[in-house]
Ligand binder design. Sequence first.
Ligand code: APR
Length: 248
Amino acid sequence: MPRNIMWLLNLLKMKKGKKVVVLTGAGISAESGIATFRDSGGLWEGHDVMEVASPEGWEKNPNLVLDFYNQRRKQAITAQPNAGHLALKELEKYFDVTVITQNVDNLHEKAGSSKVIHLHGELFKARSSVDENLIYDIDGWEIKPGETCEKGSQLRPHIVWFGEMVPMMERAIEETQQADIFLIVGTSLLVYPAAGLINYVDPSIAKYIIDIKAPEMGINDPYLRFIEAKAGEGLPKLIRELVDEHHV
Ligand code: APR
């Protein structure tokens, strides 16, 4: 690439500030009243994941799957972003921020985050069950049996189920590789490929984990700092620290 173009791109990058990439999980939405998956009383307790969140479950009993997601949508529709989501919006004043979320709720969008990549789909969208490119906003909280796409097939939740490909993973990896600072907030880091994003982070950049308990993977990286806190408390504090540290 010609040197003057490289110079211009670097100048633009400096102007936009450092790039912060944030991987979030269910823990960031817990204080907004949305259940996590694996904490005690988590969503998967009482449900057989394969019955309600897999293509096989959909084939076997689509109405059970529709009802499972309708109940989650009914509960999430009134949820409001908490101080953790709002802190990530605030961060955009000082840094170039990309949020990569495993969550299917729309709380990052409600908080105003402008760059959100949903790895596991979006609860408030429906999609054709024969053409994955046909995606529709859901008005309200229900997808009803008999509601079809323009090709006449039953609408399904626009969710990445267990065993399905994660279409946004490539984009997430690209963003992660460009990060100057990497945050991990409220995820057990147990589900792949999402959890594997940590392997694409430049080992020499600052990484932070905010969680109410230490991650199972252990913390033996001198550039990785674990902050034991709720997202709604830990994130606002960390944002202030990053702003001071980077004099932005
Ligand atoms: N603040 C910060 N962290 C929290 C809070 C909180 N208030 N409450 C819980 N946590 C932490 C838990 O300690 C745990 O590490 O959030 C994490 C939640 O982990 P999971 O329930 O496993 O959720 P997540 O990591 O997002 O699951 C990943 O698994 O079932 C699939 O598709 C589903 O996207 C989901 C994926």
